[in-house]
Structures are given as structure tokens and as C-alpha cells.
Design a protein around this ligand. Sequence first.
Ligand code: KG4
Ligand code: ZN
Length: 338
Amino acid sequence: SESTIILGIESSCDDTSAAIIQGNKILSNIAANQQIHNDYGGVVPELASRAHQQNIIPVVQKSLVEANIQQNDIAAIGFTRGPGLLGSLLVGTSFAKSLAMSLEVPLIEVNHLQAHILAHFIEDANPVPPKFPFLCLTVSGGHTMIVLVKDYFNMKIIGKTTDDAAGEAFDKIGKIFGLDYPAGPIVDRLAKEGDPNSFKFNKPRLENYDYSFSGVKTSVLYFIQKEIRKNPDFINKNLNNLCASVQKTIIEVLMEKLEKAAEDYGIKEVAIAGGVSANSGLRKAMEENAAKLGWNIYIPKFEYTTDNAAMIAMVAKLKYERGEFSDLSVSATARYDL
Ligand code: KG4
Ligand code: ZN
């Protein structure tokens, strides 16, 4: 029912998160971000898993306190079963299983990618939720895909990256510029002060709705290496313009395929999801297409775009209504298809 309270737990990568949902309303959404990886220029799986172990109890505790509920109010526990880093997933999975056992409530496994998409149905994610069927461009550090969403649990990937994810491209190119990890949000911020038409980088030419970003990265790398030979201070002198040009290239690549899919499928309901949907240039491009092509666009509230447990709790709620529970013998899985 709409008063059912569910706990969601997310630990697939480097954020330990717990959230409480009641109906479609999020009562709390707590995350402990692991700063430790920044020194290494990327997520170190072994460190991530250890940090999850340290964070999980305080994060879950805090989610209960902030929602102003007791353990015994929880009707079910949803957790991210995959995809993600196995060592990280194991921490959330084991914790969810033990707690479900001790509270004697159902356990509900959640697919992290489905959760990024279904986050759109959280009460305050959008002014109105998307209508089926809709297209969802799911763009994160690990994934880049166009998903045709026919119903809550009837989704089809119609295009995906053949190499790097879009977030990974932002992060790797940012690293070439000497930016900290994750570079995506920094590139976004610096791009605002730069001219996006300063530099031109190669764009992939792929058939259908698939993506490729490794070519963009290589094109940037060679260009930088060439310029640095002439002027060692090239990056410093041009950082804002470089970021703006890279961001423009990545967004154009993302949008061209999304536009093609929307046209071919005759769909005007278009959503974005995942960490990269926080990107201001991508948001602007979506808004331009709403005006130009008559799209109804759905861009979730920022806190529901990056990895978070609110989206896990949302999927758990939908599965709870359908009576889709997991056995206590369920195990985490690094690969988990939509
Ligand atoms: O969804 P997410 O939190 O984690 C994964 O499941 O991967 O996405 C993280 C990714 C990182 O690559 C990060 O650089 C990127 O999202 N990101 C951004 C922005 N905010 C986060 N990329 C570009 N612009 C942003 N504003
Ligand atoms: Zn994610």
C-alpha cells in the first residue's frame, strides 16, 4: 500500500547509500562518498569494498533517523544485486540479507541499471513521471545506453557503447588535462567559462544507435601531445576552452543517436538517467530538443541521478507490489542484464 515503508541499499561502486521510501515518497536518502579513490585517479575495488564495510551501518542508521522511523517499521529491504564491482556489491548484499533475516521481512534484489531509469518514478524526481513507452538515455561512469522503456519491467537496450562509457570519457579526458577524479563535474564547471567551438575533436561514425568514446579520447590525447611539444603550458592556458570543446563533442555524440532513436521509434517521451545526466550541457541540449522537436523531457532531480539508494528503494517498492521477492540464498552478481 502507499504507507508501506521500504529500506533501499546501494553499494555497487564507490558510494555507500541507504534510503527510506514510503509509497513513492523518499523520506531519507543518505550517501557516504568515498573520497579515498580521488588520490588514485579512479575507483580502487579493494578500497571501495573496505570503505563500504565501514560505512554501511552508520549510513543505514542515519537513513532511519532522518526518516524518523524505527527498524520495526521496515516492511521489506531492497538492495543492489548488480551490475557493479563484486566486492562492493557483496557488502550491501550480505548486509541486506542479514537485516532481512533478523527483521523477518522480505528481501528484494534490484538491478542497478533499472534503478537509474525507474528513479524517474520517485515522487519528487520530476514534476510528472514519463509516460510509457519512453526512451531513456542512461549515461554513467560505467554505462552508456539508449533504453526503450515499454513498462516498469519491460525494457530493451536499443543502443550502447562499444567501448568507454560517456562518464568514463569525461573522467579519462579530464585526467589528460590533469583534473582530479571524477573529472566529469569539473569539466562541466570549467566548460561554462570556455568557448565550445575552440577546438574540434573526432566524432565516431557508428551504424544504428551504438556509441563509441575511445576515439574521442585518443583524438584529444594526440592533440594535447602535439600542442604541448610547441607550448608546455598549453593545457593551463586553454583549460576552459578545452573542457568546453570536449563537453560539446561528447554531448553531440550522445544527442545525435538519441534524436535518431526518437525519430525512428516515433517517441517524444525522452528521459535521461545516470551520473552524467547531471551535466549542464546535456540538460541544455535536452531542453533545446523539447522546444525544437516537441519532446517531453524528463531530467531527474540531481540527487537521483548519481548513484543513490533512493532509486533502489523505488524499484524495491514496485517489486514489493508485484510480490517479487528474493530468496535468502541470493548472491551478488557483477554482470546483470536489464
Ligand atoms: O551514475 P554514477 O554516479 O555512477 C556510475 O554508476 O557510474 O556516474 C558517475 C559518472 C562519473 O563518470 C562522473 O564523472 C560523471 O558521472 N558525472 C558527470 C557530471 N557529474 C557526474 N559527467 C559530466 N558532467 C557532470 N556534471
Ligand atoms: Zn550508477
